[in-house]
Design a protein around this ligand. Structure first.
Ligand code: CTP
Ligand code: MG
Length: 249
């Protein structure tokens, strides 16, 4: 047993930054992706509820489309969200990286742990969120939820004009993981990564890797998939329908 007379340190406070400023080009024409609805509710609201479902998350920073911060604030006001969670809305930037940085800039000082979660992953289960937070609390500077791949992955080279792309390598599938969000970070580490890495990246953890720190993997979930192409909307609504059925029993 530890010395009971010593005051225990204040528990680390956790905030979530939700980049939602993308257009959703691959989804096709329409509203910005995060504002498109799933079963009548904007994807962004599903994503905010998914993160706010974790009792550890006490602040959600939503990074809105650059001209859509007002609309996003109204949406958050109009939908029921847990009382224990605070919300901040900031306008985003031209790249996901820039949007995340703008979200980090809006974080009050008292938050030590930051989750970064794509608005485009509206159905992530709370157990996945809590698993990421737990691993950061246990000391990992960066944590990613991930799943093994179903498909074999090939690396291709440039195609000669009019020719098909040549395969140049086949990484061993068993060693590959498909990485999801929320990704979890020691806040100071993530801020330093965003200050240090200037080249384009597709996730936040890779910036921490570039600092030479170890990023660890926890189990992801198939329902944490990213809504990217039109078929993903069909899948997301099917998942919601299945949840509704299961809740009914
Ligand atoms: N994102 C962002 N700011 C940007 C670009 C993307 O906040 N300038 C966000 C998206 O809103 C999304 C997440 O980053 O929640 C993951 O990006 P992605 O799935 O690629 O979404 P989009 O960039 O909107 O889609 P697309 O690449 O098809 O245009
Ligand atoms: Mg994109």
């Amino acid at each position: 047993m530890s010395d009971d007379s010593r005051p225990s340190p204040a528990p680390a406070r956790t905030a979530a930054v939700i980049p939602a400023a993308g257009r959703g080009v691959r989804l096709g024409p329409g509203a910005p992706k995060a504002l498109r609805t799933l079963n009548g509710t904007p994807m962004l609201i599903h994503a905010v509820r998914a993160l706010a479902a974790s009792r550890a998350v006490s602040l959600v920073v939503v990074v809105a489309p650059p001209d859509g911060a007002g609309e996003v604030k109204s949406l958050l006001d109009a939908h029921a969200l847990p009382d224990r969670t605070d919300f901040v809305v900031v306008p985003g930037g031209d790249s996901r990286q820039e949007s995340v940085r703008l979200g980090l800039d809006a974080l009050p000082p008292e938050y030590d742990i930051v989750l970064v979660h794509d608005a485009a992953r509206p159905l992530v289960p709370v157990d996945t969120v809590d698993g990421v937070i737990e691993a950061v609390r246990e000391g990992a500077p960066a944590v990613v939820p991930a799943l093994p791949l179903a498909d074999t992955v090939k690396e291709v080279g440039p195609a000669a004009p009019g020719e098909p792309e040549p395969v140049v390598a086949t990484p061993v599938r068993a060693r590959l993981r498909a990485v999801q969000t929320p990704q979890g970070f020691d806040r100071a580490t993530l801020v330093r990564a965003h200050e240090t890495v200037t080249e384009d990246v597709t996730d936040d953890a890779s910036m921490v890797e570039q600092l030479g720190l170890t990023v660890v993997v926890v189990p992801g979930h198939e329902e944490a998939f990213k809504v990217t192409r039109p078929l993903d909307l069909v899948l997301a609504e099917a998942v919601l329908a299945r949840r509704r059925l299961n809740d009914g029993f």
